[in-house]
Design a protein around this ligand. Sequence first.
Ligand code: F0G
Length: 482
Amino acid sequence: MAQVKFFSGEQVPLEMHKVRIVQKLNLPPVEHRLKAITEAGNNTFLLQNKDVFMDMLTDSGVNAMSDQQQAAMLIADDSYAGSATYTRLESKLREIFGMAYFLPAHQGRACENILSQVLVSPGSIVPMNYHFTTTKAHITLNGGVIEELVSDAGLEVVSVHPFKGNMDIARLSAVIEEHGSNKIAFVRMEAGTNLIGGQPFSLENLTNVRRVCDKHDVLLVLDASLLADNLHFIKNREESCKDLSIREITRKMADLCDIIYFSARKLGCARGGGICIRTEELYRRMRGLVPLYEGFLTYGGMSVREMEALTVGLDETMDEDVINQGPQFIGFMVDELQKRGVPVITPAGGLGCHLNVMQFLEHVPQAQYPAGALASALYIASGIRGMERGTLSEQRDPDGNEVLANMELVRLALPRRVFTLSQVKYAIDRISWLHENRHLIGGLVFTEEPEILRFFYGRLKPVSDWQQKLFEKFREDFGDSL
Ligand code: F0G
């Protein structure tokens, strides 16, 4: 994809695949969109898909599958025990990651449940480059405390740092020394660090994390859900890795870890999850929880058809032409938005394009959930469903106080190989219109606030009639256009 030059000089990501199955989309008129988001309590998770034009909520379980993946689903072996499907998946994981043991699970957070139940106890500390919502919830539920040790660059919204997901090595050593290594449940590195904008860490950084873990004899766990993007960035941004194949980089990363777990709703473009484990001792400690929570050891709650698709998807992830489509489309979107003065997270990461709402809506206080407000406004303006990643996605502290997020983002995920470039251009167009009219956008307030993971199903309302005003301006500027 990257090597193709256009005669015109234009820099456009060129797809290395063709589309053979399509799904019809519906773009409801703006009146309908206003009504739909109101009925959804201004929470994009609660919108009905029939009302959504571009679903940029997530890349979880919605990446396009290849013809090879679909074909593999036909040969799935349903037998409860001794399934050939399981053996194929286990062998593929062993081939790619080089770890002896594998436990299947129904998705990423199920792996986190098992890891946390076995390794975390009250008072445990889990240092990590950055948390993911479900990871933190499971560790906390088991009495552990997370220590976020992402390098300072990670929280700089506008940056040219190629590896903003890097762990701060000095702080990692300090935290382990402060608490003592027996308090450290494990050190967790998240590939393609989700909540700070899909930002990668370098192989060099992971190597340094391993050194610290070795020194203190603590486990290193990799969350590989967003590994594909991270691999692409290591190959393209880390000088010492540019001549290595994706497969070689993957193995170098895996060799540094004791455990690798993943959401196969992201990694491998299927639906499921799993834990790869280096030692038999650790494997035995975790194994008993799989039949208890997931399913028998040969499927772990996954459909065997998805497992076949995953096996092929993992193999395809080792192909740079497959994994570069996401980051390159995201790079295009980020560049174009920047040209139009729209504040976005830079450099472009994986997963999606992230709008920097602290700057986009600097007039909306964090306690009024500016990122939630912008996600709602964007739906009204475009039918695009994005995801709030800011204060709304945090949990209140034990005293009931708001925990203000480090960043207020609207994440616009680009599920791999799903959207065309003209759809991405439409998104860019409507976002820049919204930016021009940002003064019209106001905040939100909860009408119904769940205690746990409130962003999934909480309901909110606008603090004023700002949505009506935004709608009127849309009609004024776009006439009767959708
Ligand atoms: N770890 C990371 C880095 C993730 O991004 C996710 C899911 C999980 C673990 C949990 O996996 O959903 O299969 O249980 N991220 C999704 C998202 C939900 O939209 O970013 P899961």
